[in-house]
Write a protein that binds this ligand. Structure first.
Ligand SMILES: [Zn+2]
Length: 128
């Protein structure tokens, strides 16, 4: 798996485009075997029918936990550690940094991919 550089983007919208973004957070999800199909030639394909709804659920769960409402979310399936750090450090805070560091260690130890979510929150004045 480590020899194949993997980067697949999943984009989802939760609000009308006319509404504003009021903030953002990143989150990182481990990939399960069922999320991917590995072909005989070694190529890896994300099973969108499984992964996409799962990522919608993770987005909504994070919004509830953080008392936010979703504007949109961009998720990237990647096994590249540079990409992980670029996407996960949406703001330079301790929570983002420790999450990225944990995922970095996990990826180096297992050689596997993670999915990095970039969650954009709806501006409170645009809740209506
Ligand atoms: Zn942060």
């Amino acid at each position: 798996m480590a020899n194949n550089k993997l980067s697949v983007k999943f984009e989802m919208s939760f609000a009308d485009k006319s509404k504003r973004v009021g903030g953002y957070d990143s989150m990182i999800i481990q990939v399960q075997d069922e999320d991917l199909t590995i072909h005989k030639d070694g190529s890896i394909v994300a099973d969108n029918n499984i992964l996409y709804p799962k990522l919608v659920h993770h987005s909504q769960f994070a919004a509830v936990r953080l008392r936010e409402r979703l504007h949109h979310a961009d998720w990237t399936l990647t096994n590249d550690i540079t990409t992980l750090w670029e996407l996960a450090m949406m703001h330079d805070c301790e929570v983002c940094r420790s999450g990225a560091a944990r995922a970095d260690r996990y990826m180096r130890a297992t050689g596997t991919a993670v999915v990095v979510g970039q969650l954009y929150w709806l501006h409170p004045e645009d809740y209506q």
